[in-house]
Ligand binder design. Structure first.
Ligand code: ADP
Ligand code: MG
Length: 723
């Protein structure tokens, strides 16, 4: 039996893993947050004044009082030890998109040869991982390799359990010694502040002087594939690159739409229950689960949270999906395109902002006054998306996501906004007249009459748009399944902060403190915004060729690949934008650009090497064996003087020659290295990827020719359908 046959026979004997805790009698909802050092745990365990001080810090994003830290650290340690923890870890989010952690024991030896558990405020607040191996994009010289991690008070500490022990995890920001951000968390915190500062000005104009922090909110829908792990051991491509680099399409793919929202298979459901329980205990409010479009593809979505917490929780969700899948004998693939020919995976990033007094600020609300304020925020978003479409494109650029964006299944690389018919109509009329009317209510005046009821159901009315209004939030659909949501959230917070700043300045100047002038001023600004930026609104089908043409006419950027998109991060206006709102300095932007380019190049390099190696050591030998078998048979037939058909032999021999030639070309490209990362990325994109595809095409044809018992790679049909 070859590895492939062994895998199938093993899988046929797999039984659904049973949960170790009787969750049917012990309701897992009751376990929500049990492993989190939450506000309510702190209330129980901290002296009143300390608790109050910390609560204020969390709610107002203010600085942490150092005297508080020691007390908190001690309480945290006692709580963690009561949960079985022996170690603590500063968890941080380097620019690779991964989650990193450095573990230390609470143990401190004393002079008498014993040990005590210790955890000081200083160790809680700040850690010093030797971070020289994390990319810094030139921000850090090797001689000053250290970075430091700083506790993010707004994201609670939690316990991570493993079969042999538990660890107290502390979410942290990761900075260089000069204070430059080396991670995905720092800019999110900064960008949330920027958004808040600007949004307060609009709220004030509309009479909300509560000064309650305006926070961005995010609910990210995570798509993923599950594959039996027995297949993975025979697929070096999935191991190394997270996606299949070879594989002919299975006759049955997703054409029947029979997987989407279908009944969930028992083995997968057992996995989902387990994932959800783990996430509940970590205080992550996962809510929705279902089968996705492609066979073997699924989705999980939480209830939304503030952007910073949602980002940390999203990272934990990815880690948990991967970890629990292994427990169930499966591999969870988060790659954007693990299988060619069936749908890829995205991570729809639902986004809004709100505060404690008014709730969601992108909810149109029922009163005219609220509507006007809603329209202002909505206009800010339209302007932001248009003005900085290239930034939104750049922050979702990655080697994996390039397979999705632009293919006819995911939003195209053109960033446009879907508003829905009614809202688009409202804006259209704002543009075309002083007083506006709406289809349903007749004549309408901003701030006097109410908006028509906007459809609230998020029923994916337009699944083709990269940026869609869904009733009370926007859904950024171009985000890739494997990405951190941090980049997209930072981009949205910052570009909307800039637009809100623009509008607030206009309104403040026009009203000069006289509220009676507000609505006329709003009308003027909105008209101007729609005049200048309305071309980003598109309610049609984003998948068509017509839209590609139309978008070009409208002057909307169409950045099809990562090497085209990433340089947008260092365009002058973009650098200035992030600098102005103190989200990322020019140096930090440059370092990010360098790192993301490097990541792209490394990814393609690994893929290319894997393709070459598999072609040489797996596919070529299988094809040659088959060729020999055919040749033997032909010879024997010839000796017997029997008529024979040598077309299969000729076809196989021809493909083998093509395969060899393809490998040679690819190896030449792998050897090419440039000092200029962008140059290298362009070569990867324009030459290496096509050379890989060429080999794949030949190999996939061979898969359809070579005898099945000689074919060593698990097929698409097997990987996608057997579980
Ligand atoms: P659909 O597939 O129809 O888009 P889902 O229910 O799968 O809907 O996902 C919707 C996501 O949007 C959920 O994570 C939900 O919590 C989130 N969401 C709802 N309201 C907001 C909001 N105000 N801000 C951010 N996210 C939100
Ligand atoms: Mg959605």
């Amino acid at each position: 039996m070859n590895g492939r046959e062994k895998a199938i026979s093993k899988i046929n004997n797999i039984k659904t893993a049973k949960a170790t805790i009787p969750y049917i009698t012990e309701n897992s909802i009751n376990k929500f947050g049990e492993n989190v050092f939450s506000m309510s745990v702190m209330k129980q365990r901290l002296p009143k004044d300390i608790y109050k001080s910390l609560k204020k810090t969390v709610e107002n994003y203010s600085a942490l009082d150092a005297s508080v830290a020691d007390v908190v650290a001690n309480a945290m340690k006692d709580w963690a030890i009561s949960k079985g923890a022996s170690h603590y870890a500063h968890v941080f989010f380097p620019l690779t998109g991964a989650t990193a952690e450095k573990h230390d024991s609470f143990l401190v030896p004393d002079l008498s040869g014993n040990a005590i558990a210790e955890f000081s405020g200083k160790t809680l607040i700040q850690g010093e991982p030797d971070a020289s191996s994390f990319p810094s994009g030139g921000l850090r010289q090797t001689f000053e390799a250290r970075g430091y991690t700083a506790w993010d008070v707004t994201s609670p500490a939690y316990i991570m359990e493993s079969p042999n022990g538990a660890t107290l995890c502390i979410p942290t920001a990761f900075l260089s010694w000069k204070g430059e951000a080396l991670d995905k968390k720092t800019p999110i915190l900064r960008s949330m502040q920027a958004l808040n500062t600007q949004a307060q000005r609009i709220l004030k104009l509309f009479g909300d002087n509560s000064c309650k922090i305006v926070s961005a909110t995010c609910g990210a829908e995570q798509e993923y594939f599950l594959i039996d792990k027995n297949f993975i051991s025979s697929r070096p491509d999935i191991q190394a690159a997270g996606r299949s680099l070879f594989g002919a399409p299975s006759p049955k793919g997703q054409q029947f739409d029979d997987h989407y929202f279908g009944a969930i298979n028992d083995r997968v459901l057992a996995f989902m229950f387990d994932v959800e329980r783990e996430l509940y205990r970590l205080g992550i409010p996962v809510k929705t689960r279902h089968n996705e479009v492609a066979p073997g593809q699924f989705e999980v979505a939480p209830v939304f949270e503030t952007a910073n917490l949602a980002t940390d929780h999203q990272q934990l969700t990815m880690v948990t999906l991967k970890k629990v899948a292994k427990k169930h004998g499966m591999e969870c693939l988060l790659h954007e395109k693990p299988f060619a020919g069936v749908n890829g995976s995205g991570k729809h990033c639902n986004y809004s902002f709100g505060n404690a007094t008014q709730g969601n600020l992108l909810d149109p609300g029922e009163t005219p006054h609220k509507n006007a304020q809603f329209l202002v925020f909505c206009a800010a978003i339209i302007r932001g998306v248009h003005k900085y479409a290239k930034v939104l494109r750049a922050v979702v650029a990655s080697a994996g996501n390039d397979h999705r964006l632009g293919a006819n299944e995911a939003p195209p690389a053109i960033i446009s906004i879907f508003l829905g018919e009614q809202l688009a109509d409202v804006f259209d009329q704002i543009q075309h007249g002083g007083a506006t009317c709406s289809k349903e209510c007749g004549v309408m005046k901003i701030g006097v009459d109410a908006l028509p009821d906007l459809p609230k159901d998020a029923g994916d009315r337009n699944r083709t748009s990269p940026f869609a209004f869904t009733g009370n939030r926007f859904e950024f659909r171009a985000v890739g399944s494997d990405q951190s949501v941090s980049g997209p959230l930072v981009a949205m917070n910052t570009i909307f902060a800039e637009s809100i700043d623009y509008i607030a300045t206009k309104l403040e100047n026009a009203t000069s403190g006289d509220p009676s002038k507000l609505h006329a001023a709003v009308q003027d600004v909105m008209k101007k915004i729609i005049d200048e930026h309305g071309s980003v609104i598109f309610n049609g089908d984003n998948y068509t060729d017509d839209w590609q043409e139309e978008a070009a006419k409208r002057g909307l950027p169409n950045l099809k690949t990562t090497p085209e998109a990433l340089p947008m991060l260092i365009e002058k206006d973009v650098i200035a934008l992030f600098n102005k709102y103190q989200v990322l300095s020019p140096e930090e932007m440059h370092s990010r650009y360098e790192i993301y380019l490097e990541q792209y190049n490394l990814k393609i390099d690994v893929e290319a090497k894997t393709v070459a190696e598999m072609a040489k050591t797996i596919i070529y030998p299988a094809a040659v064996r088959y060729q020999t078998e055919l040749a033997d048979s032909c010879l024997k037939m010839k000796n017997l003087g029997v008529d024979y058909d040598d077309s299969a032999l000729k076809e196989t021999a021809g493909l083998i020659i093509e395969l060899k030639a393809g490998i040679k070309t690819l190896e030449g490209l792998i050897a090419y290295k440039s000092n200029d990362a962008l140059n290298e990325a362009i070569t990867c994109c324009e030459q290496t990827l096509p050379a890989m595809n060429k080999i794949r095409e030949i190999a996939d044809r061979l898969e359809g020719v070579v005898a099945d018992d000689l074919w060593p790679l698990p097929t698409y049909q097997e990987m996608l359908f057997i579980r």
